[in-house]
Design a protein around this ligand. Structure first.
Ligand code: NAP
Length: 309
């Protein structure tokens, strides 16, 4: 019998208890799944980083920590976490992100605000350009960036993707590393950020890089708040270098009421809702990973502790 500790907020337990119990059983695993058990007995921890476990030292026989979130920045540098850490890659999370990104890219591409917000009797006739004339850059070509880039390519956008390592993706101009960053931003009209929060990605969009984008460009950030220098973004909006920023993530969340993003007429704030892990599909991934570990296979989606994601 495996002991699986579920460490998250109580509301998450209500969502996950049934699907995770089912997924473990469907995977042929005999498991005792609970929110509470003696730490020395725990074989696996299913973890939300905002849950009760933050000291992993007492979990002496724990074989793996399975994160419920895609982002691991709040635990990857925890010195007590010596057990292998897997991050969440969940098809439901990915599909949700694709829908959110495509929706916000199309809003800006088509200039929807002019018609939705501007019902003032003026007959505004300029046609939006076709997607083929709107270069989009996606910073981060991982699980989420790749899926979003493919959806945008299908709609006809010329897509450039940027990653740490070289990649080859059909229909996407792939650039990588420090050398590829400036090139990927040059003349981009819409930039979507889907990078993890690591020391190497902080302020990736700063004053100099915002200036490389096409004048009047759009920024869409469902990645993480520290990817953007907030003051540089505000200055770029005020100067007209950027037309609009849609931001789902922030350095401090919830975004404090006095933050200038709330009141800025050309910033859209969404409250970190771009996508979320879906209990049914995520439970299957967790069960599969436990099954793999029990069979001596490598864990899926193992976090690279040195790289921080
Ligand atoms: P992932 O699969 O780990 O992909 C990360 C991508 O970023 C990879 O392409 C990676 O390059 C690239 N990258 C990392 N460090 C880099 C660097 N220094 N320079 C250039 N590229 C770098 O992660 P994911 O599942 O796509 O998720 C991405 C992020 O989305 C998460 O970390 C999280 O912060 C955010 N997220 C937000 C929400 C929301 O609701 N707002 C929901 C889920 C996730 P390589 O491919 O070369 O490794």
């Amino acid at each position: 019998m495996l002991n699986v500790l579920f460490s998250a907020k109580p509301a998450a337990w209500d969502e996950y208890q049934a699907p995770l119990t089912k997924a473990l059983s469907d995977a042929g695993l005999e498991a005792n799944l609970s929110c509470e058990m003696p730490s020395a007995d725990v074989d696996y921890i299913v973890l939300a980083p905002n849950g009760p476990v933050s000291d992993f030292a007492p979990y002496v026989k724990t074989k793996a920590v399975l994160n419920l979130w895609a982002g691991v920045e709040s635990i990857v540098h925890n010195k007590t976490l010596t057990q292998p850490l897997a991050r969440m890659v969940d098809n439901g999370l990915t599909r949700g992100m694709v829908e959110w990104v495509v929706g916000h890219v199309l809003r800006h591409h088509l200039g929807m605000d002019a018609h939705i917000l501007g019902q003032d009797g003026e007959w505004r006739t300029p046609y939006p350009p076709l997607a083929a004339d709107r270069p989009v850059t996606i910073l981060g070509l991982g699980e989420l960036g790749l899926a979003c880039s493919q959806a945008l390519v299908t709609l006809g956008f010329p897509v450039t993707g940027w990653s740490r390592n070289p990649k080859s993706v059909a229909g996407v101009r792939c650039l990588y590393g420090d050398a590829g960053l400036d090139q990927s931003l040059s003349d981009a009209q819409i930039v979507v950020l889907l990078l993890p929060d690591t020391p190497a990605t902080h302020n990736v969009l700063n004053t100099e890089r915002l200036a490389l984008m096409a004048r009047g460009a759009f920024v869409v950030n469902p990645g993480r708040g520290p990817l953007i220098d907030d003051n540089a973004l505000l200055a770029a909006l005020d100067s007209g270098q950027l037309t609009h920023a849609t931001l789902d993530v922030f350095r401090v969340e919830p975004l404090p009421g006095e933050h200038p993003f709330w009141a800025h007429p050309r910033v859209t704030v969404t409250p970190h809702i771009a996508s979320t892990t879906r209990p049914d599909t995520a439970s299957q991934i967790i069960a599969e990973n436990i099954q793999r570990c029990e069979s001596g296979l490598p864990l899926l989606h193992l976090v690279d502790r040195a790289a921080g994601y």
